[in-house]
Design a protein around this ligand. Structure first.
Ligand code: TXA
Ligand code: MG
Length: 337
């Protein structure tokens, strides 16, 4: 099967929606990263999504809706806090884990009795959900374990021949996946995966926001986790990623001592001019770093990088999302200089 590249014209979006309605899988742009969309209620289509990604069956898919008001059709209870959060952050890069009802099959929820609900803001994704009339299950459109795709070309590279079509909606705005939260009780939420909706932003709406420890620390083998995705190695290019905390001077010295064939660095924009070794840059602030990180990790693989020293981003605000993706890509290996 050849994968068709579609544009974001109304005619092509209609084609994409028809494919999904008929049980096929389509790569779709969102404001975070590209997703692999399928009808969330069609078990065979959802199984095919897991197969296309090579994803473990116990790692649930997020269900995307055109409007948060539809969440009641697929869940058994919606806390008041969730409604308040939806008013403020939907549509947008926020996924809320809620108790599911039986309109969401167990394959979609990875065997859990909850479902992650998200209302994407990207015009193309929104229109495809509307036209298809189904809730769309969509994991990030990368091969399992590899960095998420932020362009249609990335999706093609990972999925060509495995899915029916990819819709080109340009480069993803945020560049990291949505913030995933669960509810800890009245007015209390827990961040399971950090994203562009930050802890500070959530605190404007709810009283308590806990950051799950698995965001920054390795989960022990066999440990019970709040979100299955936390167990798996993630976001990892072929190259060995080493995260380095500390000054640019210490960083430069470290890379100098270890330089050789296949050794690259990923540094901040401002570092670029002074840094004497082979490198790419990934922005000057957290939102630029989020926007560029996955693209740079893919580019480093294309350059043939075997080992990449990366300047650790600030874990503040949206930086926590960037820090979380990098520390996982690095297999939790951090050097302090
Ligand atoms: O921005 C995004 O969220 C993108 C776009 C396409 O919407 N999607 C995405 O999906 O990143 P995925 O499948 O690559 O990551 C979903 C994460 C996984 O770590 C999964 O374990 C967690 O969310 N998750 C999904 N449903 C869950 C649930 N019911 N309970 C706990 N964690 C859940
Ligand atoms: Mg993913």
């Amino acid at each position: 099967m050849d994968t068709v590249l579609l544009t974001d014209s109304e005619a092509d979006l209609l084609r994409a929606a028809e494919l999904i309605k008929n049980g096929s899988i389509v790569g779709i742009p969102t404001e975070t990263v590209y997703g692999l969309g399928a009808d969330a209620g069609n078990e065979a289509a959802v199984r095919a999504v897991f197969a296309a990604k090579g994803r473990p069956a116990d790692n649930p898919l997020i269900v995307h809706l055109a409007d948060f008001s539809q969440a009641a059709e697929f869940t058994s209870a919606i806390p008041e806090t969730a409604k308040k959060l939806a008013e403020r952050f939907c549509p947008g890069p926020l996924t809320m884990v809620l108790p599911k009802n039986d309109r969401i099959p167990m394959v979609t929820s990875g065997g859990l009795d909850t479902v992650g609900i998200r209302v994407p803001s990207h015009r193309v994704m929104h229109r495809i959900i509307e036209l298809s009339g189904c809730p769309i299950a969509a994991p990030s459109a990368n091969t399992s374990g590899y960095p998420s795709p932020t362009t249609a070309q990335h999706v093609m590279r990972d999925m060509n021949g495995r899915i029916a079509a990819v819709v080109d909606g340009g480069q993803s705005e945020f560049g990291v996946e949505s913030t995933v939260i669960s509810f800890d009780g009245e007015d209390a939420v827990r961040i399971l995966r950090p994203g562009a909706v930050t802890r500070e932003m959530l605190l404007e709406v709810c009283g308590t926001v806990t950051i799950d420890p698995a965001i920054l620390h390795e989960v022990e083998a066999g440990a019970k986790v709040a979100s299955p995705g936390m167990k798996y190695k993630h976001y990892s290019p072929k190259a060995d990623i080493i995260m380095v905390e500390g000054s640019i001077e210490g960083f430069t010295e470290l890379v100098g001592e270890n330089r050789g064939d296949g050794v690259y660095a990923l540094v901040f924009d401002g570092d670029g001019e002074l840094f004497p070794y082979r490198h790419l840059t990934y922005g000057a602030d957290s939102s630029q770093q989020a926007h560029l990180l996955f693209q740079r990790l893919r580019e480093l693989d294309e350059l043939g990088a075997e080992k990449v020293y990366v300047r650790a981003p600030s874990p503040e605000g949206m930086g926590l999302a960037v820090y979380n993706r990098l520390i996982r890509a690095a297999g939790f290996e951090v050097i302090r200089v």
